[in-house]
Write a protein that binds this ligand. Structure first.
Ligand code: 5GP
Ligand code: ZN
Length: 123
């Protein structure tokens, strides 16, 4: 596995953070500035700048990473939620170490895009 980057915040957090959940190679933490009632970040220990390089993970690691995202959602009590990855600056990425946002816990459903809500209402 490539060594952690000393100048990378999420490499440090993956090594010594206050985890919500942890498995071999991956950790989950609460987002410091939550954009939903529950906002958790899933972070691989392996440093990969963005989702574009997701192919650097083996098939086995990729499977475990996705299963860990779902397992973490369950662990923090989320049944309905969004999984989001910002890829690149103009898409909102601010930390260049791959991470998955888990957003949920807002019972009102206000997060559901209007288009989706309208389409359902017309059925
Ligand atoms: P991005 O904008 O790159 O998709 O997501 C970065 C996320 O990391 C943001 O939601 C931001 O609030 C969160 N974040 C930034 N610095 C820290 C930190 O030091 N600790 C934690 N727990 N989250 C952080
Ligand atoms: Zn890193």
């Amino acid at each position: 596995m490539p060594s952690p980057r000393d100048d990378c915040l999420f490499c440090s957090i993956a090594r010594e953070g206050a985890y919500v959940n942890k498995t071999k190679g991956f950790v989950a933490i609460h987002d410091i500035n939550p954009k939903a009632k529950v906002h958790v970040l899933v972070i691989p220990e392996r440093h990969v700048d963005t989702f574009r390089e997701v192919g650097e993970f083996s098939a086995k690691e990729t499977k475990r990473m996705l299963e860990f995202v779902a397992e973490t959602a369950r662990e923090v009590g989320l049944n309905d939620y969004r999984v989001l990855v910002n890829v690149g600056r103009s898409a909102g990425q601010t930390i260049y170490h791959l991470h998955w946002h888990l957003l949920g816990g807002d019972a009102s459903g206000e997060d559901i895009p209007a288009g989706v809500a309208t389409a359902e209402a017309e059925l």
